[in-house]
Ligand binder design. Structure first.
Ligand code: G6P
Length: 360
């Protein structure tokens, strides 16, 4: 059943492997018989009425929100702000005239996010929850809900919920574009099916990912992740994954920001994991890599077919520029998994962490 590990040593690995099926399931759930996007009229209206969307989330869901902002702005032309729930709760920014709140939460139970929802409802403002758990608190209390259909996620470190959240956000963005009459050549459903195949290729490459974990992460105290554009959001998630389960101090940085401080930390042999999946900034991120390599860093490059260069460690199959996060996160998840495994950590139940945090 869904909640059993079967032949897997850990839920995390099982859940990483489930991602192609999760994406295909989302495609099915959000498509009608005419192959059109199936989304409730109420949600379409709520999104259409908004002059600005406020995404509220915590942890990995926050990282999905960062990608969601890009999708909604680039595909549907709606301005979006993404906020950490606990920050928004006690330090609310100025709101636009017609805001719409989107709460992203795997569990639907995160207290910080719920705190914001309570205030939003008090203020009479509209809300949508994107959650993996129908019947959860956020699902029940928000005006509208969208589901991620990823099946139960047991491992504390979130994997399939993150890709599912981004998939649903891409569908929402495309739906909004259609509703607004925007002429977009982005076909979320079609592109997601390509993503599902790409994820499958990457989850089949476990031996390579395990070797990278052995080569770069067995002994190190720290690790840096760099990226630009969409890749910047994904490296933040990659760093979170690694620190959560392996306890290696890891941070994700914007490639161009390194020279403004962080590069001081680079020593001989410091692992720097770079994502290079964005055509528009490929030259820039390659330049940033040169900067750290010349200071002694040990570079590991995850690029995309067509943008790859000799010596890159992982080349993900070509997917749409806007959906690269769903594919490029897979190697980062797997590398984190094997790093934690070989460092003797409790992969599914890391110290100090809970799957859902129901206290503020
Ligand atoms: C906890 C979990 C994280 C998760 C975060 C938000 O801190 O350990 O993995 O990303 O909560 O959870 P949610 O259920 O709201 O997505």
């Amino acid at each position: 059943s869904d909640t059993e590990k079967g032949t897997y040593a850990h839920y995390m690995l099982k859940e990483i492997d489930e991602q192609p099926f999760v994406i295909r399931n989302i495609i099915q759930q959000y498509q009608d018989e005419q192959n059109e996007i199936k989304l409730s009229k109420d949600i379409r209206k709520a999104v259409g009425n908004a002059d600005r969307i406020y995404i509220i989330a915590a942890g990995t869901s926050y990282h999905a929100g960062l990608v969601g902002k890009e999708l909604l702005e680039k595909v549907a032309g709606i301005p979006v702000e993404v906020h950490i729930a606990s920050e928004f709760l006690y330090n609310q920014p100025l709101l636009s005239e017609k805001p719409l709140f989107i709460f992203i939460s795997q569990s639907g139970e995160t207290a910080d996010s719920r705190g914001v929802l309570v205030n939003v409802k008090k203020a009479g403002l509209p809300s949508v929850t994107i959650t993996n758990v129908p019947g959860s608190t956020l699902d029940r209390e928000a005006d509208f809900a969208l589901y991620t259909y990823a099946g139960p996620e047991i491992a504390v470190a979130s994997t399939k919920a993150y890709t599912a959240q981004m998939a649903v956000l891409s569908i929402l963005a495309m739906d909004a574009a259609i509703a607004k009459g925007i002429d977009t050549d982005f076909d979320a459903i079609h592109e997601l099916s390509i993503v599902a195949n790409a994820i499958e290729v990457l989850t089949d490459a476990k031996d390579e990912m395990e070797q990278i974990a052995r080569d770069y992460l067995l002994e190190t105290r720290n690790a840096f992740f760099i990226g630009r554009g969409f890749d910047y959001h994904v490296v933040q998630e990659g760093a979170l994954k690694l620190k959560e389960i392996s306890y290696i101090q890891a941070e994700g940085f914007a490639g161009g920001e390194l020279k403004h401080g962080t590069i001081a930390l680079i020593e001989d042999g410091t692992p720097v994991i770079a994502l290079a999946t964005q055509q528009s900034v490929n030259l820039n991120i390659r330049g940033n890599l040169q900067e750290v390599v010349s200071r002694g860093a040990n570079p590991c490059v995850v690029s995309m077919d067509g943008l790859n260069r000799k010596g890159d460690n992982v080349v993900i199959p070509k997917v749409h520029d806007y959906l690269t996060p769903l594919a490029s996160v897979i190697p980062l998840q797997l590398i984190s998994y094997y790093a934690a495994l070989h460092r003797g950590c409790d992969v599914d139940k890391p110290r100090n962490l809970a799957k859902s945090v129901t206290v503020e």
